[in-house]
Design a protein around this ligand. Sequence first.
Ligand SMILES: [Zn+2]
Length: 220
Amino acid sequence: MAALSITALSNFFSEEHKSISRGENHYKSGHIECFSYADGVIRGQVHASMKSKVYKVTIYLDEKDCIKSTDCECPRGAFKCSHAAALFIHGIHNVSRTDVECSWKKKKVTDKTPDSATELFPSNKENYICLSRMPTDEDRRSLSSHLREYGRFTGLWWIMTPEPEPPKPLPIPTIEEVILSEEFQCIEGLQNQIAHVQERATVSNEIVKEVAQLTKGQRD
Ligand SMILES: [Zn+2]
């Protein structure tokens, strides 16, 4: 088990030190678009600086994980270019063992936050505030009842609907409640315990009807 080394980088680029420093800049600026490593071959795409272009880069390693050769689509591609250096530097930081395949892809950055209503619909009057006062509960009820006329699936109406009452507990204990009860824990002997559960779990017809009534339907 080995990792990619700085020695391998500096040996290969010994006469192209500029490629290392430029490669480092590519790497730090997040120019590596994707990276994969398998069986001694590193493949990836590196963004060209100043251009909206991406170069495909391949790096071939020997059995000691030293760089044998590199290949890049850029004009300098045949001459140990900075894109190859950048891809290898990414490997130094991210490949912890060269006997295992790995692949990586840059996450798309979406730093755009949704526009607020004020930004979407700017007023043409300066410092204009459309509310002369804060809305009251009465305003909310009135809006909600208007929205209701459009049907129950109006999104805003749904949001404004008050939360339903928490469900009432059922008039029968669950088996779990029975066997975890203190009463049950004090009973000795398996037969006595079974008898106790049977007794507590027995449900009359009236209770069956009551539970059926309580659990009927869904939220209005
Ligand atoms: Zn290149």
